[in-house]
Design a protein around this ligand. Structure first.
Ligand SMILES: *Cc1c(COP(=O)(O)O)cnc(C)c1O
Length: 367
C-alpha cells in the first residue's frame, strides 16, 4: 500500500470527529502498528500565522510565518513528542514515567500519562519553573519534586532512576519524543506546499531542532517537498553552549524553558545545523523580551519568553535572509504559561484602584 493510500485509510477509519491527533494523521510515517494503543489529546494541527509587521521589518519580499505550537493541548510543542512517548511506553506495558523538566515537559508528561493510566514523576529546578506549568503538572496529578539544582542536575538524576527503578524516561533522550515532534515539519510542508527557506527555532536541549530536521528529510525522501530549510537555532545568551561550544555550568536566562547548559541532543542538533547549512546564534534576554512584546502588541500572538527567541533571532540576523525567502519562526509555548513575565512587561500602564464611577473611569481613560 502506498503512503498516500495508507493515510486515506487511516483518516477514513478514524472515529474521532475533526482532527484525530498527530499519530492518526501521520501514522504512515511513525513507528506504530495497527495494534499500538494510541494515547492522544488530539495534539498537532496548529496554526501557521503570517506576521506582516515582521515581514515588513525585513522587507525585500521576505515572508515570515509563525508556527504557533503554543496551541497544543497542554500549551507547548512537548505534546507532539509526548503522545508518541507515552503511546510507546503503554505499548511496552510501562506503569510509570519520569522526566526532568523546565516545566513544559512535566505538564505534557503528566497529562498524557494520566490518559494512559500511568503515574508520572517529574523533577524540576526549584524556583525556575513558570507558574502556569507547575500548576498544570500538579493539577494533572503528577508527583512533582523540586530539587535544589538546575535542569541539568535533574536530568542526571532521572536518567539514573530510569535504570534503577521501574520508570520509563520520557525526556528527549527517548527517541519516540523526536518521532512525534517531527510531525510539525510535516504540517509546515502540508501548509506551504514545500519546506520554508529558513526555519528559526529556540534551542534548549536540541530535541526540537533535531526532530524538525528529521521530519523535513523524511518528507523530502517521500517526494512531499522539493527543498530543505536552513535550520537557524537560537539560544539565550546566558545559556548558549551550542553557540560557544562549551558546556555552561550555571545557565541564566529569563527564558526558563531554554535555561539548559548541557543539551541532551548536542551532536544531533549540530548535525541538523551543519547538514542544512544553518547557524546557531545567541540572543540576549533584552532581545527576547523585545520580540515577546512585539508579538503580543503588534501581532496579537502571546507566546512564552523562550519561544520569542526564534523571532528575536530572526530580527538579529535579518540582513542575511535571502530576498523573497519564506521564513517560519517556531513559537514553542503559550504565553499563558508565564503570566508574571507578561504583567512585568505590560505595554500600557496597568491602572489600578480607580473609583467605580463613570467620571473616574473616563479620566483614567484620558477623556
Ligand atoms: C522545551 C522547550 C524548548 C526547547 O526545546 P528543545 O527541544 O529542548 O531544544 C523551547 N521552548 C519551549 C517553550 C519549550 O518548552
Amino acid at each position: 500500500m502506498s503512503l498516500d493510500t495508507q493515510l486515506e485509510v487511516s483518516s477514513a477509519t478514524n472515529t474521532n470527529r475533526g482532527w484525530p491527533g498527530l499519530i492518526e494523521a501521520y501514522r504512515a510515517y511513525l513507528p506504530v502498528t495497527a495494534t499500538t494503543p494510541v494515547v492522544t489529546l488530539h495534539e498537532g494541527n496548529t496554526p501557521l500565522i503570517p506576521v506582516p509587521t515582521i515581514s515588513a521589518e525585513i522587507g525585500r519580499g521576505v515572508k515570515v510565518y509563525i508556527k504557533y505550537d503554543g496551541l497544543n493541548p497542554t500549551g507547548s510543542f512537548k505534546d507532539r513528542g509526548m503522545t508518541m512517548a507515552i503511546t510507546k511506553a503503554r505499548e511496552a506495558g510501562a506503569k510509570a514515567v519520569i522526566c526532568a523538566s523546565t516545566g513544559n515537559t512535566s505538564a505534557a508528561a503528566a497529562a498524557y500519562a494520566l490518559r494512559a493510566g500511568m503515574r508520572s514523576y517529574v523533577l524540576i529546578p526549584d524556583g525556575y519553573v513558570a507558574l502556569g506549568k507547575l500548576g498544570q503538572a500538579l493539577l494533572y496529578g503528577a508527583e512533582v519534586i523540586a530539587i535544589k539544582g538546575n535542569f541539568d542536575d535533574a536530568l542526571d538524576i532521572v536518567r539514573q532512576m530510569a535504570v534503577d527503578y521501574p520508570v520509563t524516561l520520557v525526556n528527549s533522550v527517548n527517541p519516540f519524543r523526536l518521532e512525534g515532534q517531527k510531525t510539525a515539519a510535516f504540517e509546515l510542508v502540508d501548509a506551504l506546499g514545500d519546506a520554508p527557506d529558513w526555519l528559526c527555532i529556540p534551542v534548549g536541549n536540541g530535541g526540537n531542532i533535531t526532530a524538525y530536521w528529521m521530519g523535513f528529510n523524511q518528507y523530502k525522501q517521500h517526494g512531499k517537498c522539493q527543498q530543505l530549510p536552513k535550520m537557524m537555532g537560537f539560544q539565550a545568551a546566558g545559556s548558549a553552549p551550542l553557540v560557544s561550544g562549551i558546556r555552561v555550568r550555571n545557565p541564566e536566562t529569563l527564558a526558563t524553558a531554554i535555561r539548559i547548559g548541557n543539551p541532551v541532543n548536542w551532536e544531533k542538533a549540530i548535525a541538523a545545523k551543519d547538514e542544512s547549512g544553518g547557524e546557531f546564534n545567541a540572543v540576549t534576554d533584552a532581545e527576547i523580551i523585545a520580540a515577546y512584546r512585539w508579538l503580543g502588541s503588534r501581532e496579537g500572538i502571546f507566546c512564552e519568553p523562550a519561544s520569542a527567541a526564534s523571532v528575536a533571532g530572526l530580527l538579529k540576523v535579518k540582513d542575511r535572509v535571502p530576498n523573497n525567502a519564506t521564513v517560519v519562526c517556531v513559537l514553542t509555548g503559550n504565553g499563558l504559561k508565564d503570566p508574571d513575565t507578561a504583567i512585568a512587561n505590560s505595554i500600557n500602564p496597568f491602572k489600578q484602584g480607580i473609583n467605580a464611577d463613570i467620571d473616574a473611569v473616563a479620566a483614567a481613560m484620558g477623556f
